[in-house]
Design a protein around this ligand. Structure first.
Ligand SMILES: [Zn+2]
Ligand SMILES: [Zn+2]
Length: 133
């Protein structure tokens, strides 16, 4: 019984992440998961996120030490734009130049398995021009 309940929790969490592009925090995923699993705990959400991350089905996103972890269902590599004002995270395609850069040319690099790029600034919703009427 325990096993099937765990599977159900994992499925609900993964579905939440697959249905959003908002890169929710564990807290937000927990609030959402409670709608279909009222007895789920925040600890359970964290544990499942950890498991799904290890399985490479979920990706953890952190721009810096202060920003809490955010999560998304695994997708092809893309850049993340972080708004420093409203904490929104948006997916941005990686410039081809980053792939063609030839990281292995560096004496420190043997092979590359993933590419992560964080861009930090103000989003379109938070920019002064969009708040003027
Ligand atoms: Zn913003
Ligand atoms: Zn993303």
């Amino acid at each position: 019984m325990k096993k099937s309940r765990n599977t159900r929790q994992r499925t609900v969490i993964l579905d939440i992440l697959r249905q959003t592009r908002s890169h929710p925090s564990a807290e937000t995923i927990y609030q959402e998961a409670r709608k279909s699993l009222p007895s789920i705990s925040l600890g359970t959400v964290y544990r499942n996120l950890g498991f799904l991350r290890e399985q490479k089905m979920v990706k953890e996103i952190r721009a810096n030490e202060e920003a809490g972890s955010r999560f998304e269902a695994a997708l092809p590599p893309h850049a993340h734009f972080h708004c420093g004002l409203c904490s929104a995270i948006h997916d941005i395609p990686l410039p081809d130049a980053l792939y063609d850069f030839g990281w292995e040319r560096s004496e420190f690099v043997s092979s590359v398995t993933d590419l992560e790029l964080h861009v930090i600034g103000a989003c379109a919703d938070c920019s002064p021009s969009s708040t003027q009427n």
